[in-house]
Ligand binder design. Structure first.
Ligand code: NAP
Ligand code: GCO
Length: 265
């Protein structure tokens, strides 16, 4: 039986996909045949994203929308359904992080991270599920994190959000699997994007950032991930090849979660 990894004829919405991981996933979806829709907060970033997709020969559809704003989200989904088509694949990719020691973080800062990284995926999923039920199928992919499993200093809000996102993924699976909707997560390891740029800055003496060296020692692959490393797993979870995979978090981390770390030589 030929396994179907094709996304021909599918409409895929990837949130926050002007660049970074979202852009890599959306580009891979386009190569697999999907029509690409993405959003960003600012028109200038949407325009930048459209130009970046065009450079790859991809005619994407871009919308300005703050994913934490339910009114904006519902208006965007209605516009997409009218202008492009019903969404078959939703990737909740948009996300932020604030690296602040917990006792120095304000409640407002904590809430802001939870709003983007956890409340927004709830709002987005709630907006697309009714049409997926009518259509008889749907794929929701939540971009989780190693911080869905592990903590570390200064990322309390982010870890709380991504841990919650893991459980929201399992709950959407539980509640909507009966409608042939699969909801899974991707848990990237440490990926070289603008979000992790501060952790990779070359030091004044020309040495690598201490955290950069730490991650290399914790990664069996001995390298940071690239956004393109997520393309294959994302296509798999968006395709019919994964129709019986549901509620699963697929870690794409170079082996970090399996490894205690490089032992002293
Ligand atoms: P990034 O480079 O910071 O890009 C994040 C994207 O989300 C940007 O396009 C950003 O747009 C958008 N965004 C933020 N808040 C938004 C909002 N309220 N509404 C709409 N769009 C919004 O991040 P990334 O590294 O590509 O990460 C993408 C996802 O992967 C995030 O969920 C992140 O937590 C997760 N992740 C990243 C890593 C990693 O190592 N990089 C590892 C695991 C998981 P603006 O530029 O306008 O803010
Ligand atoms: C950090 C990093 C991580 C990665 C990713 C790991 O500050 O520890 O930003 O959180 O972004 O989430 O999976």
């Amino acid at each position: 039986m030929a396994v179907n990894f094709s996304l021909e004829g599918k409409v895929a919405l990837v949130t926050g996909a002007s660049y970074g991981i979202g852009f890599a996933i959306a580009s891979a979806y386009a190569k697999a045949g999907a029509t690409i829709v993405f959003n960003d907060i600012k028109q200038e970033l949407v325009d930048k994203g459209l130009a970046s997709y065009a450079e790859l020969g991809i005619k994407a559809h871009g919308y300005v929308c703050d994913v934490t704003n339910e009114e904006q989200v519902n208006a965007m989904i209605a516009k997409i359904e009218e202008e492009v088509g019903v969404i078959d694949i939703l990737v909740n990719n948009a996300g932020i992080i604030k690296r602040i020691p917990m006792c120095e973080m304000t409640a407002a800062e904590f809430r802001q991270v939870i709003d983007v990284d956890l409340n927004a995926p709830f709002i987005m999923a709630k907006a697309v599920i009714p049409s997926m039920i009518k259509k008889g199928h749907g794929k929701i992919i939540n971009i989780c994190s190693m911080m869905s499993e592990l903590g570390r200093e200064t990322v309390s809000a982010y870890a709380a959000a991504k841990g919650g996102l893991k459980m929201l993924t399992k709950n959407i699976c539980s509640e909507y699997g009966q409608y042939n909707i699969q909801c899974n997560g991707i848990g990237p390891g440490y990926i070289a994007t603008p979000q992790t740029a501060p952790l990779r800055e070359i030091q004044p003496d020309g040495s690598r950032h201490p955290f950069d060296q730490f991650i290399l020692a914790k990664t069996p692959a001995n390298r940071w991930g690239e956004a393109d490393d997520l393309a294959g797993p994302a296509v798999f979870l968006a395709s019919e090849a994964s129709d019986f995979v549901n509620g699963h978090i697929l870690y794409v981390d170079g082996g970090i979660l399996a490894y205690i770390g490089k032992q002293p030589s």
